[in-house]
Ligand binder design. Sequence first.
Ligand SMILES: NC(=O)c1ccc[n+]([C@@H]2O[C@H](COP(=O)([O-])OP(=O)(O)OC[C@H]3O[C@@H](n4cnc5c(N)ncnc54)[C@H](O)[C@@H]3O)[C@@H](O)[C@H]2O)c1
Length: 372
Amino acid sequence: MTLLKNIKIKVANNSYPIVLGNNILKNFYKFYFRYCTHSKKVLFVSNSQIPNKYLKTIRASLPKKINHYSLMIPAGEKNKNLPQVNKILDFLTKNNFDRNDTVVALGGGVVGDIVGFAASIFKRGIGFVQVPTTLLAQVDSSVGGKTGVNNNFGKNLIGTFYHPQFVLIDIAVLYSLSKREMISGFAEILKYSLIMNKKFFFWLCEYGHEIIDRLNRKTILKAIEISCKSKALIVGKDEKEKGLRAILNFGHTIGHALESHLKYSSKLNHGEAVIIGMMAASKVSVTRGFLNKVELHKITHLYSKLNLKYSLKKYLRSSQIHNFADIMKKDKKNNSDTINLILLKQIGKAFIYKTTLGKTLIPFVKNELINV
Ligand SMILES: NC(=O)c1ccc[n+]([C@@H]2O[C@H](COP(=O)([O-])OP(=O)(O)OC[C@H]3O[C@@H](n4cnc5c(N)ncnc54)[C@H](O)[C@@H]3O)[C@@H](O)[C@H]2O)c1
């Protein structure tokens, strides 16, 4: 079963395809020749936790006249930093890459974000391709052109908007992922349903387990297709996050702060943090009077059906709340105490709510830590 789909991303001065299918890594060369027309050299960047067979399959698909290289960077959010970017830049410089050549990110969101950033600044922009290998990267981080790394002050604080020439999504690579990583990717799929597509939410209530447990390739393809199209729609309208694109941050204010608070420990991955953050934002939507309790009940029902964990208490103690609030203030999307919180009016309808930490989030978090 190959089942190829082509999704177009259109942004202001650019458009590029997401090619989606099953067992399509071996076809990499076709898209490379179609979309990277002047490239003579390719650097593949990946990490050693990603099965080597994927890299081998792609490299084997390229003809001899193309010089291809590979570079491994260490896995993990803790390594999403400038030293890794430098490593890539040094490699490209030493091997005389020019702007027409190509750098391919073969990996999850960490590899994609680092490589995309390096590609965007090398000689003011070298060709770039994304081959995302986690569910999260396939439905979210490889789409939309955000690149970047963390520094000591927080997540993704250094970065650029830079689009790939194409994105190749092969769902066959998902079968070597842990279930935990499947749940993490599912978090972002669920996010699209909650912010903009109620029908998709009900479909996920019915078929979500087939995605998480990888029971049905057609279901997985459909979920990825709807997710990528949802993101493409939003990014097409607001590429640089001047307004609408912010709704994609649903669940991320608390999620990012938790990740940062835990110093990007593997105890909690990105999607797991978003799962907690989305439940928190849904509950805040109810306490602020926007979302009704029946809708919240539908969300909690889906969480329990799919065994999605959302306890804040496991990761945060009451005594740490001020440190946690400071992290939220430093988030680049917020100015001092005023924050842009993404809340729900109903399932499938998100909006940007300007509030202050002291008025909305801190009392909520305190309450959750004391009462849960
Ligand atoms: N740029 C964006 O728009 C955007 C959007 C969402 C998230 N992100 C970023 O994405 C990152 C999270 O991405 P992630 O969840 O993919 O994490 P990740 O990149 O750390 O990958 C998770 C783990 O899975 C391993 N792995 C990857 N593919 C595999 C495969 N096919 N088989 C076996 N193991 C595999 C990785 O080595 C890693 O250990 C975060 O840094 C987040 O900030 C960026």
